[in-house]
Ligand binder design. Structure first.
Ligand code: APR
Length: 310
């Protein structure tokens, strides 16, 4: 029997997740949205690409959660995107309500699923879904680091004129302006970045990666990025469904790792059929730990706002 993935939110990120999951034949997909007709229409459109692209999966759209029953994974992309001048944090209260209700309904029909959060502000939305679902911490995961490292890797590859597939990067922390790219653990085919680029250039690339989302919002004007975010979410879906055990930077619930408690923050994890199968703790230098602490403090500020709403 094929696996089943529900994608909540049939907007830009959600529809592209559905398209990529179908294209890779990872699972049957149910798209859910509050807007009548949109998930149905987009699912049908993607389904009709199947004969051309050569994939055999089922895609359906719905405005309720009954058709999502027994999903293996639920990807939550529902909510409002940023527009120019907004930070991800500005979305907090609006998207809190969306993610709370989406989680409640999704887990009612798929009590054994793994939840992948994409909606921003990401780390706070993960925390919301974790508390609403009451799932174990290995089954609530946030998509941020895969995207942030993809941006960093892109800029490094461009700068050096090398293949992106040779560049591996490490980004820790919250999915926001305080994210912590660790240049020391970033390499090109094993060659440390510091052997290849001056510190000033590395700093410029880090800065661009940190503001990578805002750069795209500025161009698009009416919304935020969705091609790379959906690609990143689907890499996580694939690692789980195929039990590939990829080590990826994801937002995970921390209980003391890196000195952080009761928060979702981006760290390297192993993603397999049980969701997060390991959280890797790497020894940080004092300045890296300080940057991570600052990032965690920014996430905590949002959680404190949410706690008052709960
Ligand atoms: N339940 C289901 N769908 C909802 C709900 C809800 N309660 N509320 C809103 N939606 C739907 C909207 O109808 C819309 O189709 O979520 C979709 C969001 O799509 P877009 O506006 O295109 O936004 P998108 O670019 O996909 O971003 C979604 O992902 O990357 C993050 O910051 C981004 O938080 C944003 C989210």
């Amino acid at each position: 029997m094929r696996k089943k993935v529900t994608v909540v939110g049939a907007g830009n990120v959600g529809a592209n997740c559905a398209l990529r999951i179908a294209g890779k034949e990872l699972a049957d997909v149910v798209l859910v949205d509050v807007v009548e007709g949109v998930p149905q229409g987009k699912a049908l459109d993607i389904l009709q690409s199947g004969p051309v692209e050569g994939y055999d999966v089922s895609l359906t759209g719905a405005n309720d959660y009954a058709p999502t029953a027994n999903s293996d994974i639920v990807v939550i992309t529902a909510g409002f995107p940023r527009t120019p001048g907004m930070s991800r944090d500005d979305l907090l209260l609006k998207n809190y309500e969306v993610v709370r209700s989406a989680t409640e309904q999704a887990v009612k029909f798929s009590p054994n699923c793994i939840l992948i959060l994409v909606t921003n502000p990401l780390d706070a939305m993960c925390w919301t879904a974790f508390h609403v679902s009451k799932f174990s911490k290995n089954r609530v995961i946030g998509m941020a680091g895969v995207l942030d490292t993809a941006r960093f890797r892109t800029f490094i590859a461009q700068e050096l004129d090398v293949s992106v597939s040779n560049v591996t990067a490490m980004v820790l922390g919250g999915h926001g302006d305080t994210m912590v790219p660790i240049a020391r653990l970033t390499s090109v085919s094993g060659i440390p970045l510091s052997e290849l680029l001056d510190q000033a250039v590395i700093d410029r690339l880090i800065d661009r990666a940190r503001n990578g989302g805002a750069e795209i919002v500025k161009y698009l004007k009416t919304g935020s990025a969705y091609y790379a975010p959906s690609a990143a979410a689907v890499e996580m879906v694939e690692s789980i469904l195929k039990d590939k055990k990829k080590v990826l930077p994801c937002a995970a619930y921390l209980e003391g790792e890196y000195g952080i408690k009761d928060l979702f923050v981006g760290v390297p994890v192993k993603l397999g059929s049980r969701g997060i199968e390991n959280i890797y703790q790497i020894a940080l230098r004092p300045e890296e730990q300080a940057a991570l602490d600052k990032s965690a403090a920014a996430v905590k500020e949002l959680i404190d706002v949410i706690k008052q709403k709960m």
